[in-house]
Structures are given as structure tokens and as C-alpha cells.
Design a protein around this ligand. Structure first.
Ligand code: ATP
Length: 597
């Protein structure tokens, strides 16, 4: 349970609900103690034998209480017997309802907090984390695993207090009966079997923890496959991969099923094992009773109390299993929570409110894996307002250069300076506020066109948004949609064409009006009308901005002031198109090849 301690702070702001739940749980647990007493004391008094009319009911109290005994006169016994059972169950029912209601309230609130904690951490992690971790698995950690952790913090804590109270209520009721008839003490030796139950609880708990981890990992794999499949419906259909996908999904489901059943198997073994130990103890008590002078009523009451005493032990075993499951889930959640945040804000940030846009790459090198250099000793000075086209074969490092400017990754050697300030000395938020980017496959959110453009400047007025759409040549097509700017674009903008999505993304960049611009040219060809419009929009957009164009198809090269050619992470040429074309064989080959296509 110690592992969960840091997360108990989430109960603080709902502590009164939690305390209320626990108190109701204690009341619920305590009412169980009344049942054996009812069997032992009240029922025999209600059904007297012929020779013995109804006698007053005497409850002997322990001597140390110093109050002698409590006597109930015969005329009270019937009303007491009739009302005791419903009263007991009314209290039990109400306290149980409020216990579970309040505990669910606390559970859902705690779950909210844990999910938010993980989500906040995910927002801080750098891009490399998302390349290493599968999105489906992260979703699973945020949904399934957080739920298991919540179970421990709330449900288990509730049971942890409530169940021992049931056990204590039973033991008190047994001791009370024993004071009345000292022969009963002999039967209580059966309780010595309680510690025996710890052995199966520990044995099963260990196995559950291991299996739970495997099950949660597999749940992640399953969600991941689902996520991939839902994200690629077009590819799956165009390559006739439906059956292949079904087979793969079925494989994952089958594996998940197998692992889940192992957890169920171990989990469900516990109750019968404890019941068997309990049954042996009760039989022993019956055997002892047969040798002693104990009435049937007393035996029935003691056996009921002993039987009820094993219920909380079973429940405590289940709690132990839940803790083991929760610990596996917590391990997986903490892998995210404790993941290093590699890109940090500087301790003493330099002021950076508005940039001119002079950018210097000084001996910049970068690698993901130290064995494999991705960029090597890049030296490049870019003046404010200059438009640079990054050209090179696939994998040469063009996108990597663009990713280093907003610090999606940090250089592994050298430095990148904006207006002579190392980007590592600028707050990420301020740095990124000065950079706008248009990626080759712009991601739109499932929201209105208006809100998708507004992301460029959250406090933009309607006029500013309309103006940005006009500049991006998006206004006309937006007005032709059924709801205009209020049209919902669908998940990832699927209700719009590729060219329309690009223009929305360009409108965003117009609205942001940042002095530095990163354009990732679309790899797929657009229709000529769309392409012409995008081209014109970009020509206006880059005006006066320091721009890096990741040129895949060379169609945007004509708006570049300078071309930088990369090959396997090295800068091999730079200059105007004419200069590079005449000096660099690689560039000439790439350019000629594309013009010939
Ligand atoms: P393209 O024109 O195909 O987009 P590019 O020139 O933009 O290519 P980059 O995306 O910068 O190339 O990739 C440069 C190299 O870095 C490639 O060899 C690529 O395999 C590698 N790479 C990219 N991302 C990662 C990553 N997250 N982990 C490891 N290697 C990566």
C-alpha cells in the first residue's frame, strides 16, 4: 500500500465524503454482529417450551464494565424480536447504500485526478517519447490502468477499514456469548485457523500481480491495434487487408482473453480455499461443542458468527488481489509519470517576446542513437526574412533540422541561436510563440473550421479569422460548405480534401503571424487549381518571415531565396537555384529527375 501513498492526496479535497463513506461502512459492518445475538438470545426467548413460559431476557455484561446485567421484561420481548430484524436490515441497507454511493463519488473524483496527472505529464513529454510508446498503449494506461489504481486508493481503502470491523463485530459477539456461557470459550479455538488463511492469500496475490502486468500490457497491445486500424481505414480497404486485420485483431483478443482468464482463475481460487479452511474450523467447533454442554441455540449462534467471520477474511483476500492488480497498473502509470522530461525550460530564461528572425546553426549535430548520426556539423546563417529551401533525398535530415528550431528535440552538439540567443536559453512557450508551421499533412481537430483556424491565435476576432481565411484562399470554399465557418471538419479533418486542409493550416499560420515559419511541403500532388492557390497563399505568407521550406517536390523552390542541400545529415551545398544547380551534382540529379517525371 505504501506505493499508493503519494496518490492519497487526491482524497484531500473530498475528505468529508470519504470519511462519511468509511463511517457508513463501519455502521454496516457492525450490524452483522446483531445476527448471531438474535439467534442466541431472542429467538429462544420467543419460543419457550411448555414447562417454561416466557422469561425475562438477561444480558450478562462483562464484570469490568461494572454495570451487572441488562434485563428485558417478557412483555418487551415480542415487539423487540419483531422489530429487531427489520431495524437491523434497515440500518444495514441505508449504511450500505451511502457507503457505496459516497465511495463511488470519491472513486470517480480520484480517477479524474489521476487521469489528469498522467495527461498533464504526457503534454510535457518530448516527441521522442511518442515514437517509443505506442498511442494505443498510452490510451490503455490512461483508461484501464488509472482505473485499477483508483480501485486501490478508494475501494480497497474502504474495504480495508470496513472488513476488519465486520470481523471485530463477529469476535465481540462471540466473546459476549462466551461470557454468557463459558463453554463457548472452548469453541473459539476455531478462530485460530484465521492466520492459516494468510498463506493462500499471499501465494495467490503474487501470481495475480505477475498476470495482471501481462494482462495490462496486452490490453495496451489490443488498443494499439484497434487504434491503428481505425486510423487507416482507407489503406486497409485499398490493399484488401480487411481479413488480415481481422485475423491480427482476433489473435490479440485471444491472447488478452487467455491472460484475463489466468487472473480470473487465481482470483476465484481464493474464496473457496478460505471457505474450506473456515469449514474445517467450524467442524472442529461443532466437534468441540458435542463434547461440551452447549445447547443447540448456542451452537447455531456460534456457527453463524464463525461463518460470518470468514466473510471479511475472504474480502481481505480479494483486497490483497486488488492491491496486486493495482500495483501492476501503478508500475505502468509511473513509467509515464517518471519518464524524464528531456526538453526543459532554462532556469534563467532570456527575455524573448518578439523575434527578428535571424537564425544561426553553429556546428549543429544531432542523433537519436549515438551510433547513428542524423545531422553532422551543420553551419548555417539565416538572415531575418530569408526563405530557405531544404533539399535532399529522403532521410537526409531536412525535417530534423526543422524540428530542432522549436526545440522538439535538442541538438546533441553545437547550438541554434535566434537573434543571437541560444534556443535552450528561451522558455519553450515563448520560443514556439514566434514560430508557425504548416506540416505536409496538417492535423485538424474534430471541431468547426472557425475553431481550427483560431488555434493560430486564441483571442482572434471574427474579422481576423475571416481575413486569415481569405489570405489562405480558403474563404470561398468555406462559405460554400453548409454551415460556413461553423462546419465541423470531422476527425482529423476527414470531411475536407487534402488541399482544403492545407489551406486551413495556412490560414492558421497567417493568423499566428509569427516571424519564423516552417513549411513542410506536401508530398502528395494536389490538383492544379488547389496547388496554384496554395502556392499563391504561401508566397504571401512567407513575405518578411524567416522561412524554412522542407521541399519534397521542388514546387515551392521558386519562392526560396537560398537552397540548402543535405545528404546523409551533412550540408553539401547552398546558394541560389542557379548556383547550386551548376555546382551540386546531387541537386542537379534530383531537380532533373523531378522535372522529367
Ligand atoms: P523525408 O524527405 O523522407 O521526410 P527527411 O530528409 O526529412 O526525409 P528526417 O525525417 O529528418 O529526413 O530523418 C532523418 C533520419 O532520421 C532518417 O534516417 C530517419 O530514419 C531518422 N529518424 C527520424 N525520426 C526518427 C526517430 N524518432 N527515431 C530514430 N530515427 C529517426
Amino acid at each position: 500500500m505504501n506505493r499508493f501513498r503519494p496518490y492519497y492526496r487526491f482524497l484531500l479535497d473530498i475528505k468529508w465524503y470519504f470519511i462519511g463513506a468509511i463511517l457508513c461502512g463501519i455502521v454496516y459492518a457492525s450490524t452483522a454482529g446483531a445476527l448471531p445475538l438474535l439467534l442466541k438470545k431472542i429467538l429462544p426467548a420467543l419460543f419457550p417450551s411448555e414447562n417454561h413460559p416466557i422469561q425475562p431476557l438477561v444480558f450478562a455484561m462483562p464484570e469490568w464494565l461494572g454495570i451487572g446485567s441488562i434485563t428485558i421484561p417478557p412483555s418487551w420481548i415480542l415487539p423487540l424480536a419483531i422489530s429487531m430484524l427489520p431495524l437491523n436490515f434497515a440500518i444495514r441497507g441505508i449504511s450500505h447504500f451511502y457507503n457505496t454511493y459516497l465511495i463511488n463519488y470519491c472513486g470517480i473524483r480520484v480517477l479524474e485526478h489521476i487521469r489528469l496527472l498522467v495527461f498533464k505529464k504526457i503534454q510535457k513529454l518530448h516527441l521522442g517519447f511518442f515514437h517509443k510508446n505506442k498511442s494505443g498503449d498510452l490510451m490503455s494506461r490512461l483508461t484501464n490502468d488509472t482505473n485499477d489504481v483508483k480501485n486501490v486508493i478508494v475501494d480497497v481503502s474502504n474495504d480495508f477499514i470496513r472488513q476488519p470491523f465486520t470481523l471485530i463485530a463477529m469476535v465481540i459477539s462471540l466473546i459476549w456469548m462466551a461470557f454468557d456461557n463459558p463453554e463457548i470459550w472452548k469453541l473459539l479455538i476455531a478462530l485460530a485457523s484465521v492466520p492459516l488463511c494468510i498463506l493462500p492469500i499471499r501465494f495467490i496475490g503474487k501470481r495475480i500481480r505477475k498476470r495482471s502486468r501481462e494482462t495490462l500490457n496486452q490490453a495496451g497491445n489490443l488498443l494499439n491495434r484497434l487504434n491503428e486500424s481505425l486510423n487507416a481505414p482507407k489503406e486497409i480497404r485499398s490493399y484488401n487487408l480487411e481479413q488480415e486485420e481481422i485475423n491480427e485483431f482476433q489473435k490479440e483478443v485471444k491472447q488478452y482473453f487467455g491472460l484475463q482468464m489466468k487472473v480470473v482463475k487465481y482470483g476465484k481460487m481464493l474464496a473457496p480455499t478460505i471457505e474450506f479452511v473456515g469449514a474445517c474450523a467450524i467442524s472442529f467447533a461443532v466437534f468441540k461443542a458435542s463434547q461440551a454442554k452447549i445447547s443447540l441455540n448456542d451452537i447455531a449462534a456460534v456457527v453463524t458468527a464463525l461463518y460470518l467471520a470468514y466473510d471479511p477474511i475472504k474480502a481481505l483476500g480479494t483486497i490483497h488481489n486488488k492491491i496486486q492488480q493495482g500495483t501492476s497498473a501503478l508500475d505502468r502509470i509511473e513509467e509515464v509519470l517518471h519518464a524524464p522530461v528531456d526538453i526543459l525550460d532554462p532556469e534563467n530564461p532570456l527575455p524573448f517576446e518578439s523575434a527578428n528572425g535571424n537564425i544561426d546553426f553553429e556546428h549543429v549535430s544531432f542523433h537519436y542513437d549515438p551510433e547513428e548520426a542524423i545531422l553532422q556539423n551543420i553551419n548555417l546563417q539565416v538572415k531575418a526574412g530569408e526563405v530557405i529551401a531544404l533539399v535532399g533525398p529522403s532521410g537526409a535530415g531536412k525535417s530534423t533540422i526543422a524540428n530542432l528550431i522549436p526545440r522538439f528535440y535538442d541538438v546533441t552538439d553545437g547550438s541554434i541561436k535566434i537573434d543571437s540567443k541560444d534556443v535552450r536559453n528561451i522558455r519553450q512557450h515563448e520560443l514556439r510563440a514566434q514560430i508557425a508551421s504548416v506540416s505536409q499533412e496538417p492535423i485538424l481537430f474534430n471541431d468547426t473550421i472557425f475553431n481550427n483556424i483560431r488555434m493560430g491565435k486564441l483571442d482572434a476576432t471574427d474579422d481576423e479569422i475571416h481575413e486569415a481565411a481569405r489570405k489562405a484562399f480558403a474563404y470561398d470554399f468555406i462559405m460554400q460548405t453548409e454551415d460556413g465557418f461553423q462546419t465541423i471538419v470531422g476527425e482529423k479533418g476527414t470531411r475536407l480534401s487534402g488541399g482544403q486542409k492545407q489551406r486551413i493550416a495556412i490560414a492558421r499560420a497567417f493568423l499566428k503571424n509569427a516571424p519564423i515559419l516552417i513549411l513542410d511541403e506536401a508530398t502528395s500532388a494536389l490538383d492544379s487549381e488547389s496547388e496554384a492557390k496554395i502556392q499563391s497563399a504561401l508566397e504571401t505568407l512567407v513575405h518578411g518571415k524567416t522561412t524554412f521550406i522542407i521541399a519534397h517536390r521542388f514546387s515551392t523552390i521558386k519562392i526560396a531565396d537560398r537552397i540548402v542541400v543535405l545528404e546523409r545529415g551533412k550540408m553539401i551545398a547552398q546558394g541560389t537555384h542557379e548556383k547550386v544547380y551548376s555546382e551540386c551534382l546531387l541537386y542537379k540529379a534530383l531537380y532533373d529527375q523531378q522535372n522529367a517525371d
